[in-house]
Ligand binder design. Structure first.
Ligand code: BGC
Length: 814
């Protein structure tokens, strides 16, 4: 690979080039040529560069372009998705995967890969959780930073997405995330902050949604004040595909490149704005320079004949899941199984594994390894039964007969491996799940198999937590999430003990949907999603409320045992802003070489601010031989240990005792010590009287009344919107008008289109239907003439508002 150049090496040249550009060329450079490419400027010998998805492999489209993963793309290695990878807690692994993806981009002449995504897992229901890492911002940010560094080590640019607070698919194009500043900083921006500062991505992609009233694509607070001024981001901001609303405002607030191309419509608006003085030349130049810098870097780092090692990348995908799969239960040490056992392998996923999610991240894999083939390859004595159908609507009576057949296969076997999980139609980009259940046929199947055989192992597939009503009946559970193209090999390696599990949960698995903190507030109402639960997401909530969970954050078993001892802290007292060192001994007291992930949590009790019980401040993964002991040492920077103090608009630790907890999970504390942190006294936000519920969480469904939330939010939250009514505007969605006569007709047409577009892959119908239903008229018209010509859109709105003559005029263009 040739010597790589960094993005900063191109800034000066970009400035010079932009100075030579005409106004039209500058405006043109700030939007794509088409779905994936920037615009070339032949006169200045400036070529175009290509962007492609991301985030767990390359989706370079070759035929018709789309941003929903429908059209064909070149074969590429499909790595485990982020929800799986996060469970590895392994930064080096993420770096390696990033590097491998970068190399694949080099071969395919792609300059920007659209990922990683670091939106937080506010609710397990978010349809896109499989593309995101964790409920913990430190973990998400650190892993993303490593992946970005890996990608960019090849000269390819990464695009950190979706900035910000894009934590739901429901109405993702229009929803207004209503969130208080502290929660925003501590929970939803923190991962971006870490990834931007440590990973230094060449681009950041803005999200579709609004944040506190402003679309993220034109949000000055987000794009200028926080990203650029506070965090020092100097590179290029690109829009999510179709996220732009007011292009001129976008340029003013820091959105450099609009993707995909807008067929000249917005370029013309930009030009007009410069001419009438509402957009300054300096503002346009800045955006054009940022766009040009990215393009120049892409062009300089292109390599003509680069070829990546396909075998090596595939093996990396296998290794990645081996490091990430989580052993959730292993009663009586049923696992690892062995080749000599008579085994039944049950479940359609054993032969047709679901290894990635649906939507824009959907990769055309290089080589899929299904678990069944691996059992055969390894010479296991196995019998297969399908167990359940993956069809959305199975034929009558099929479930019963598949169940019977599976029970027969399970009877008398030494061990039964059941591959169960969420089918593709259940979770996807574009829509959220409505519940946390597995398909009922699978739950019934597992119950029935447990009646036949007591040695049942479930291998769980899916991008996010599900309820496990049969958990007490099965002996073992291995969670494989969506494990990438090598998942079959990795799973069988782990089941048979050729590899030792070392993944731990990067998100809490609640017992039931009602247990989640945002149960009453997700996905919100028509216009807004209120983040009433504030900083309490994931374990920060479950720990404080003392709520039982199915599996806590950080939980995961292995084929050995580890013991912890000898915690030492370098200081008793530490000044806020300085560092201290902690160390402890870790012993592998079992019989297998294995890796342990240790967590450093810190906890503080305040009289003034509400705080979680404990928060993750560091993590480390260490491999030990049987009987081996290692002293693990790490340094913590107290300036990263505080909360976001809105009274002084900065991170702050109040003076006092801080407990240091070394845990094997969030609920398995192995060692504890304490340190005193001394800080200068500062004003702190005190809600003890005005919003006391945030201080005392209880083990019941979480609710916060409007008044307390408004106090925290600092103003009256915007209207959440009931059913939409006249006057309708381009900002309304198809769903908003679905109850009107005209809306019903459009909806029928839209659903028919969704079915037509997704006819090749039935599972994509839900995603297509949701995407169309929740797109605003504005967004449809902005997508171009083919989707909805602007005059037709205006005509429809007139009709919806009962102005039929005006509507006809618009439709007929006179
Ligand atoms: C998704 C992005 C993706 C882009 C391009 C959008 O719909 O939100 O994550 O990178 O499409 O496919």
């Amino acid at each position: 690979m040739k010597e790589r150049q960094d993005i900063k090496d191109f800034r000066d040249r970009a400035k010079e080039l932009v100075a030579e550009m005409t106004l039209e060329e500058k405006a043109g450079l700030c939007s794509g040529q088409d779905c994936w490419n920037t615009k070339p400027i032949e006169r200045l010998k400036l070529g175009a560069v290509m962007m492609s998805d991301g985030p767990h492999g390359l989706r370079k489209q070759i035929g018709e372009a789309d941003n929903l993963g429908i059209g064909e793309s070149v074969p590429a290695v499909c790595f485990p998705t982020a929800s799986a990878l996060a469970c590895s807690f392994n930064k080096e692994l993420l770096y390696e995967i990033g590097k491998a993806m970068g190399e694949e981009c080099l071969q395919e002449q792609v300059s920007v890969i659209l990922g990683p995504g670091v939106n937080q897992k506010r609710s397990p229901l978010c349809g896109r959780n499989f593309e995101y890492f964790s409920e913990d911002p430190l973990l998400s940010g650190e892993l993303a930073a490593s992946m970005i560094k890996g990608i960019q080590s090849t000269g390819v640019s990464a695009s950190l997405k979706h900035f910000a607070v894009n934590n739901q698919e429901k109405r993702r194009m229009t929803i207004n995330a209503v969130i208080d500043e502290r929660t925003l900083r501590e929970t939803y921006l923190k991962a971006f902050e870490i990834a931007v500062k440590k990973g230094k991505p060449d681009t950041v992609m803005c999200a579709y949604n609004r944040l506190n009233g402003e679309y993220c694509s034109e949000n000055e607070y987000l794009l200028t004040n926080i990203l650029r001024k506070e965090w020092g981001f100097e590179n290029t901001v690109i829009s999510d595909w179709g996220a732009v609303h007011d292009r001129v405002l976008g340029i003013k607030t820091g959105l450099d490149i609009e993707m995909p191309g807008n067929q000249g419509v917005n370029d013309a608006k930009v030009l007009a704005a410069v001419k009438n003085g509402s957009l300054s030349l300096t503002e346009l130049d800045k955006a054009a320079e940022n766009a040009c810098t990215l393009i120049l870097k892409g062009l300089a780092n292109k390599e003509k004949d680069f070829r990546y090692d396909k075998k090596e990348h595939h093996s990396l995908a296998v290794k990645a899941l081996e490091e990430s799969a989580v052993l959730l239960k292993n009663e009586g040490k049923l696992l690892p199984g062995h080749i000599g056992q008579k085994a039944a392998v049950i479940g359609a996923f054993a032969k047709t594994l679901r290894y990635q999610g649906a939507g824009s991240s959907k990769i055309h894999p290089l080589k899929i390894e299904n678990p069944w083939e691996m059992f055969i390859e390894f010479g296991a004595d196995v019998t297969y039964a399908k167990g359940f159908s993956l069809e959305a609507k199975p034929v009558n009576g099929e479930a019963e007969s598949l169940r019977e057949e599976a029970c027969q296969a399970a009877g008398g076997k030494d061990i039964v491996y059941v591959f169960a999980g969420l089918p593709e139609g259940y979770e996807s980009e574009g829509f959220d799940r409505g519940n946390m259940s597995l398909p009922p046929s699978q739950n019934l199947l597992i119950d029935a198999i447990c009646e036949e055989n007591e040695n049942v192992v479930v291998i769980l597939i899916g991008g996010a937590p599900v309820e496990l009503p049969w958990i007490h009946k099965v002996k073992a559970v291995l969670l494989a999430y969506l494990g990438g193209e090598g998942a079959g090999r990795a799973i069988v390696n782990l089941l048979l003990g050729y590899r030792v599990p070392s993944g731990k949960l990067a998100e809490t698995w609640p017992i039931a949907l009602e247990d989640i903190p945002c149960y009453h507030y997700f996905p919100g109402k028509r216009l807004t999603s209120e983040y009433r639960e504030s900083i309490y997401i994931g374990y920060r909530y479950y720990e404080k409320a003392g709520k039982p969970v199915l599996f806590p954050f950080g939980y995961g078993l292995t084929y050995t045992e580890f013991s912890y001892s000898g915690l030492e802290l370098s200081e008793e007292v530490c000044r806020f802003g300085s560092t201290f060192t902690l160390s402890f001994e870790l012993l592998n007291c079992g019989g297998r070489k294995a890796k342990e992930i240790s967590f450093i949590f810190m906890a503080h009790k305040s009289e003034v601010v509400f705080l979680p019980e404990k928060e993750l401040r560091e993590f480390i993964k260490v491999e030990l031989e049987p009987g081996e002991t290692k002293r693990i040492s790490m340094t913590l920077d107290t300036s990263t240990l505080g909360y976001y103090n809105t009274a002084v608009k900065d991170w702050y630790c109040e003076s006092g005792e801080y407990e240091v907890i070394i845990g094997s999970s969030s609920r398995d504390c192995r060692l504890a010590g304490s340190i005193r942190i001394d800080s200068p006294a500062k004003p702190q936000p005190d809600f003890t009287k005005s919003a006391p519920s945030y201080y005392r969480l209880e083990n019941k469904e979480f609710t916060i009344d409007e008044k307390e939330f408004a106090t925290l939010y600092g103003r009256t939250p915007p209207k959440s919107g009931g059913r939409a009514s006249r006057p309708y505007s381009p900002e309304n969605t198809l769903e908003d008008v679905a109850h009107t006569f005209i809306g019903k007709i459009i909806m029928m047409y839209a659903n028919w289109t969704a079915r037509k577009v997704s006819k090749a892959e039935k599972e994509q119908e839900g995603m297509m239907a949701a995407t169309i239903r929740e797109m605003s008229f504005f967004a449809m018209a902005a997508s171009g003439e083919e989707m909805l010509p602007e005059h037709v859109m205006e005509g429809i709105i007139e009709f919806l508002n009962g102005r039929y003559i005006a509507g006809l005029r618009k439709l007929l263009k006179f």
